[in-house]
Ligand binder design. Structure first.
Ligand code: C2O
Ligand code: CU
Length: 458
C-alpha cells in the first residue's frame, strides 16, 4: 500500500526550467598581500536574497546574502583567511579538499562563537583543483549549508595544462554550484516534503543561487566546475541531446587525459570539471537524470526523473578553442607501500557501529605514510564518503577495477548501496596529536546525526 500511495503522490516526472535568469557567477574574493601572504576576509552573516520567490527570502551567506565569493590562490602561496561570525549561532569554516594542518581545518572542535572571529593560515600545497568551503560545526552543518553558507576555492598552479584549458573566470571557466531547495511561500523550508531518510530533497533547483539560469558562451569550449552543494540530493548530469563532453578533473585536480562521456554523477560534496563544446548560436541544456536504478531514483530525487539545470547559449560567433590531449601526469600510489589497511563500514547513522564522539579517535595515522582504507556501505541507500586533508585514489569498487571517472584524485566518493570501495592515500606532513581530522558521510543530515569519525596524524 505504501508503494501505491507513493506513486499516486508522485509529482510530474520532469522538472522544466524557463531559463529566464542570467547565471550569477560568484565574484572572486578580494585579497590583499601582506608580508608575502594572500589575505582574504569572510564574514558569515544573514541577509535577504532574491531566489525567484520575491525579493526577500531570508538566507545566510559569506560577504553577501547567499553563498560566498570564490577564493582563488596558487600552489605554493601562503594564504590567510580571516573569518568573522555575524550569525546568530556558532559556526566554523572547513576547506573541503584542502591539504592543511588540522588546527585550521575548520572541524567541530573549534567553534567560532557568535560575534567572534577566527584566522586560518596555511600554505597551499597541492595541484590545481576545484575545492570548496562550508561550515562544519557538528550538529548544525546541514541547516547552515542549506541556508546558503558555501563557496568555491580554486587552486591554480603553473601546469601548462592548466593554461591550455579554458580559464577566463566567469566567461568560459564557470563555477556551477548546484543546490535543491524547498520553498514555503517565499521562504526556504526544510520540511521533508518527500519523506526521505537522507535529508531535504528540494523540488526547485538553484545554480549559484540562480533559479532557471542560462549562461552566455563566447568560446567554442566552456569549462564548467560542477559542485554538488546540496545537502542530500545526488545528481547525474547529462545534456538533453546527450552530447559528449570531456571530464577533465575530479575533486582533487586534473585527470591524466580528458575522458569523453555523456553523463557524470555527483554525490553530495563531489566536484567534476567538464569541458563542453558548443556550435555558434546553439542552445545546450544541462539536466540531471536518473542514475541509481531500482526504486532509489524515485526515493532519492523526490519523485522527479529529470531536472533542468542550466542552459548554455552560444554566441553567433565563437572564439576558437581546442582541448589538450593530455593534462597532467599522476603517479599511482602503490598498495604494496601501504603501512596500514583499515576497514570502515557505513551503516544506519554509524561508522563501524559507532557514532561520532569528539573524545574518541577512530584511527591514529603515522605522518607521511600510505594507507589503504576499505570503506563499505552496509546500507540499502547511498552514502557519500568524505575524508579531510587528503586526496585519495580509488583502487577497486566491489573488488573490480574502478570506472574511468574515478581515475583521478578524489576526496568524496559516491557509495552505492551494499558496495565496497578500496582507496589509497598518503597522509602527509602535518602531525598534530591534539587535533583530529574528520571523515564522514557528506549527506549532511547523516553527518549531523553522527555518521562521522576522527583520525589524528602523529
Ligand atoms: Cu565538505 Cu567534512 O566536509
Ligand atoms: Cu550517509
Amino acid at each position: 500500500a505504501a508503494t501505491l500511495v507513493w506513486f499516486l503522490a508522485r509529482p510530474p516526472l520532469d522538472k522544466k526550467a524557463d531559463f529566464r535568469h542570467a547565471l550569477r557567477v560568484p565574484p572572486l574574493a578580494a585579497s590583499t598581500v601582506r608580508d608575502g601572504k594572500r589575505v582574504f576576509e569572510l564574514q558569515a552573516r544573514p541577509g535577504d536574497s532574491d531566489l525567484g520567490h520575491g525579493t526577500a527570502t531570508r538566507t545566510w551567506g559569506y560577504n553577501g546574502a547567499y553563498l560566498g565569493p570564490t577564493l582563488r590562490a596558487a600552489r605554493g602561496e601562503q594564504v590567510v583567511v580571516d573569518v568573522r561570525n555575524a550569525l546568530p549561532e556558532p559556526t566554523t569554516v572547513h576547506w573541503h579538499g584542502m591539504h592543511l594542518p588540522a588546527a585550521v581545518d575548520g572541524g567541530p572542535h573549534r567553534p567560532i562563537p557568535v560575534g567572534g572571529s577566527y584566522r586560518a593560515a596555511w600554505t597551499v600545497d597541492q595541484p590545481a583543483a576545484t575545492l570548496w568551503y562550508h561550515p562544519h560545526p557538528g550538529e548544525r552543518t546541514e541547516t547552515q549549508v542549506y541556508r546558503g553558507l558555501a563557496g568555491m576555492f580554486i587552486v591554480d598552479d603553473d601546469e601548462p595544462a592548466q593554461r591550455a584549458l579554458p580559464h577566463d573566470y566567469g566567461v568560459d571557466d564557470v563555477p556551477v554550484m548546484v543546490q535543491d531547495r524547498v520553498f514555503d511561500g517565499d521562504q526556504l523550508s526544510m520540511s521533508d516534503r518527500f519523506g526521505s531518510s537522507i535529508g531535504v530533497l528540494g523540488d526547485e533547483l538553484l545554480v549559484n543561487g540562480t533559479p532557471g539560469p542560462y549562461l552566455d558562451v563566447r568560446s567554442e569550449l566552456v569549462r564548467l566546475r560542477l559542485l554538488n552543494a546540496s545537502t542530500a540530493r545526488i545528481y547525474n548530469f547529462q545534456f538533453a541531446d546527450k552530447r559528449q563532453f570531456a571530464l577533465v578533473g575530479t575533486d582533487g585536480g586534473l585527470l591524466e587525459r580528458p575522458y569523453a562521456t555523456d553523463h557524470i554523477r555527483l554525490s553530495v560534496g563531489e566536484r567534476a570539471e567538464v569541458v563542453v563544446s558548443v556550435r555558434p548560436g546553439e542552445r545546450a541544456t544541462l539536466r540531471s537524470v536518473k542514475s541509481l536504478g531500482g526504486d532509489l531514483d524515485a526515493k532519492l530525487n523526490g519523485g522527479q526523473d529529470a531536472f533542468d539545470v542550466l542552459q548554455l547559449r552560444a554566441a553567433a560567433s565563437l572564439t576558437p578553442a581546442t582541448l589538450p590531449g593530455t593534462l597532467v601526469a599522476t603517479p599511482r600510489l602503490d598498495p604494496a607501500s601501504a603501512a596500514q589497511t583499515r576497514s570502515f563500514t557505513f551503516q544506519g547513522r554509524e561508522i563501524n557501529g559507532r557514532k561520532m564522539d569528539m573524545h574518541r579517535n577512530d584511527a591514529v595515522v603515522v605522518k607521511d605514510t600510505v594507507e589503504v582504507w576499505d570503506v563499505a556501505n552496509g546500507h540499502d541507500t547511498p552514502h557519500s564518503f568524505h575524508i579531510h586533508d587528503v586526496q585519495f585514489q580509488v583502487l577497486a569498487v566491489d573488488g573490480g577495477a574502478p570506472p574511468p571517472e574515478l581515475g583521478g584524485w578524489k576526496d568524496t566518493l559516491f557509495m552505492a548501496p551494499k558496495q565496497r570501495y578500496r582507496i589509497i592515500a598518503r597522509f602527509a606532513d602535518y602531525a598534530d596529536p591534539d587535533t583530529p581530522y574528520m571523515f564522514h558521510c557528506h549527506v549532511l543530515r547523516h553527518e549531523d546525526e553522527g555518521m562521522m569519525g576522527q583520525f589524528i596524524v602523529v
